[in-house]
Design a protein around this ligand. Sequence first.
Ligand code: HEM
Ligand SMILES: *[C@@H]1O[C@H](CO)[C@@H](O)[C@H](O)[C@H]1NC(C)=O
Ligand SMILES: *[C@@H]1O[C@H](CO)[C@@H](O)[C@H](O)[C@H]1NC(C)=O
Length: 329
Amino acid sequence: MALSMSGIVAVLMVLSLAPLSLGGGYLCPEYYDKSCPQVKEIVWSMVAKAVAKEPRMAASLLRLHFHDCFVKGCDASILLDSSGSIVSEKGSKPNKNSARGFEVIDDIKAAVEQACPKTVSCADILALTARYSTVVAGGPNWEVPLGRRDSLGASLSGSNNDIPAPNNTLPTIITKFKRQGLDVVDLVALAGAHTIGFSRCTSFRQRLYNQSGNGLADSTLDESYAMQLRWGCPRSGSDDNLFPLDYVSPAQFDNYYYKNILVGKGLLNSDQILFTKSATTRQLVELYAANIGIFYDHFAKSMIKMGNITPLTGLEGEVRTNCRRINSS
Ligand code: HEM
Ligand SMILES: *[C@@H]1O[C@H](CO)[C@@H](O)[C@H](O)[C@H]1NC(C)=O
Ligand SMILES: *[C@@H]1O[C@H](CO)[C@@H](O)[C@H](O)[C@H]1NC(C)=O
């Protein structure tokens, strides 16, 4: 007896809905409810502890999830060290001397492995860690869809090309977000992550001295703010000196990032151009500066969208036991 066409379709549908499908599967917040009911509690308490020890860690951990998701999807590729044929993303232009928090992720992973061996992926740990970092810094909360699996490789070129740079033009930044399925609202809302954390002098120096190759500072930068920045960020040297991305409240997940931009006190060129280069993005900056509730709501929604960028699911990839290495190495 031949299987009917609709029978084949039904079989395919059942296969794709099974928890261990080949991939293309969906994430859901309940993914570990049976296999590791403690995971959220463990990640929450360890993030809280790490941030109590060093407030900046909330920012550093939140950024790791972003730099993971923009390169081959949210697959923990950023956590792999170089070995064998793997060239670590940690050496890329956006990550080198900049991405941090890897030891905290190691500690969280070790605690989760102890409670639930070989069960929770490093990619899901990054997603949960980004959420709790936001919450512990006073920002919004959201349910994180789970069920990502970890990559078997890294992409240095992806890390260099796909993560926006602070001196990219607004159209380039919009294009880089669009490529990930993120729109202009997602861009302006997610950029609000710069309400916490720090930047090195080297990431914004150009604005202070020679913005357009004419020997002049960026005219959209507030002059007294620029003068303060020049103190710690001279024409040459001091590349790694740190400056708050939100000078008003660098450890508080509030909306001062947007309020600063309104008055020419965004630190990075990529921050300030959201206000100066397009009416659409400017109106969103104004909206979030005026209404922290809408900012929180959009930020949470966009974080879920970012966390859903091409995850590995089902039998794709693996669940690493050590986030720095693939299991077979
Ligand atoms: C819109 C494009 C973006 C650009 C061009 C950009 C660029 C940068 C740069 C240059 C730094 C400072 C790095 C350094 O000097 O060491 C930074 C820091 C940071 N970024 Fe972004 N970023 C963008 C979007 C995002 C998004 C979407 C998030 C998260 C949702 C994020 C989270 C952070 C955080 C929290 C820090 C501070 C990290 C720390 O203190 O360790 N950024 N970003
Ligand atoms: C951005 O900065 C990097 C150095 O940090 C430089 O190599 C590159 O040419 C700059 N791009 C633009 C468009 O200014
Ligand atoms: C500014 O940059 C341009 C081109 O990058 C360079 O030719 C010029 O010498 C610089 N001017 C100063 C004052 O640094």
